[in-house]
Design a protein around this ligand. Structure first.
Ligand SMILES: Cc1cc2nc3c(=O)[nH]c(=O)nc-3n(C[C@H](O)[C@H](O)[C@H](O)COP(=O)(O)O)c2cc1C
Length: 268
C-alpha cells in the first residue's frame, strides 16, 4: 500500500479524501430497513471491509456470524427485548425523563405502563432486516499485544477498541454501498450466545443490521470542531463543568429524539 500512497498526486489524494469524507458524513443509523434481500456479494464486501480494521498488535480479535434465517432473527429479537431492552428500560427509569436515552422516553404514567407501551411498539425493528452480521470477540487474541496493555484497565479496552474499529469499517462499507445499517449494542450477551451456539470463550460484541433504508436521510448532529479541538494544550475555556455536561445531554436529546421517533412515531 505504501507504494500506492507514494504515487498519489495531491489531486488524487484530495479526491480520495472527498470520497471517504462523503461516505463518513452521509452514513447514518438506519433503524428502519426494507425486508428486500441483500445480495451475498454485497455482504461479502462488507465483511471484507471489516477484515481490514486496525487492532492492537494486529490481533484481529473478531469473528462474524451472518444471520438471515427469519426464525433465528426472531429469536434474537425476542432475546433482545426480554434481556437487553428490559434491563436498559429499568436502568433508564433511574434518571430524569428528559435525560433518558430517547428510545426510552415513552408515554405512560407508571413505569409498568411505559414498559408495556414500549414493547407494544416495533422497538426491535433491526430484526426485520434481511441480514444481520453478529460480531464476536475472542479475548485470547489479545495475547498478541504487549503485556503492558493488560494493565491499568486496558485489559478489556484493547479488545473492544479493535472490535469497534472493525464494526465501524463495516458500517462505512455499508453506507458506501448505498445501504443502511444499525449499531445494535449487546449488553447482556448470554441469550444471544445460546441462540447462535457461540463457544463460552467468545463474546457477542455487536449486531449489525444491513438492508436498504426505509426512511428519509436527515442531517446528522455533531458538535462543532471549535468546541473540542485544542491547540498545543488543553484550553480550559472549552472545559465543561458537570452541570454543563448534563445540560448538554438535555439539549442533545432535543436534537436527536426525532431519529428514534422515526421508527416508532406514536411514542408520546
Ligand atoms: C458504542 C455505540 C453504541 C451504540 N448503540 C446503539 C444501539 O444500541 N442502538 C442503536 O440504534 N444505535 C446505537 N448506536 C448508534 C448511535 O446512536 C448513532 O451512531 C449516533 O446517535 C449518531 O447517529 P448517526 O449514526 O445517525 O450518525 C451506537 C453507536 C456506538 C458507537
Amino acid at each position: 500500500m505504501s507504494d500506492v500512497e507514494a504515487t498519489l498526486t495531491p489531486e488524487q489524494a484530495a479526491a480520495d479524501y472527498e470520497t471517504l469524507y462523503t461516505v463518513m458524513a452521509k452514513r447514518m443509523s438506519a433503524r428502519r430497513l426494507k425486508p428486500d434481500p441483500v445480495p451475498d456479494e454485497i455482504i461479502g464486501k462488507v465483511l471484507e471491509a471489516g477484515r481490514w480494521a486496525m487492532s492492537g498488535a494486529n490481533a484481529q480479535p473478531w469473528e462474524f456470524i451472518v444471520v438471515k434465517a427469519p426464525a433465528r432473527k426472531q429469536a434474537l429479537a425476542d432475546a433482545y427485548r426480554d434481556s437487553n431492552m428490559e434491563f436498559c428500560f429499568w436502568m433508564e427509569q433511574m434518571r430524569d425523563y428528559d435525560l433518558r436515552h430517547p428510545n426510552f422516553q415513552v408515554a405512560g404514567s407508571t413505569p409498568q405502563e411505559q414498559w408495556e407501551h414500549m414493547i407494544e411498539g416495533s422497538a426491535v425493528g433491526w430484526a426485520k432486516a434481511p441480514a444481520l452480521i453478529v460480531v464476536l470477540g475472542d479475548g485470547r487474541r489479545q495475547w498478541a499485544t504487549v503485556a503492558g496493555a493488560h494493565t491499568f484497565g486496558r485489559h478489556a479496552s484493547h479488545l473492544t477498541d479493535g472490535l469497534a474499529n472493525c464494526c465501524t469499517h463495516m458500517h462505512l462499507a455499508i453506507a458506501a454501498l448505498g445501504l443502511g445499517s444499525q449499531w445494535v449494542t449487546i449488553h447482556i450477551q448470554e441469550p444471544f450466545k445460546r441462540i447462535l451456539k457461540v463457544p463460552d470463550l467468545l463474546d457477542v460484541f455487536l449486531i449489525i443490521s444491513i438492508g436498504y433504508p426505509d426512511m428519509l436521510r436527515k442531517p446528522g448532529t455533531r458538535r462543532e470542531l471549535s468546541e473540542f479541538v485544542h491547540t498545543e494544550e488543553y484550553d480550559m475555556s472549552k472545559y465543561m463543568q458537570n452541570a454543563e455536561v448534563a445540560d448538554y445531554i438535555r439539549r442533545l436529546r432535543g436534537k436527536t429524539r426525532f431519529r428514534y421517533e422515526e421508527i416508532e412515531p406514536a411514542r408520546s
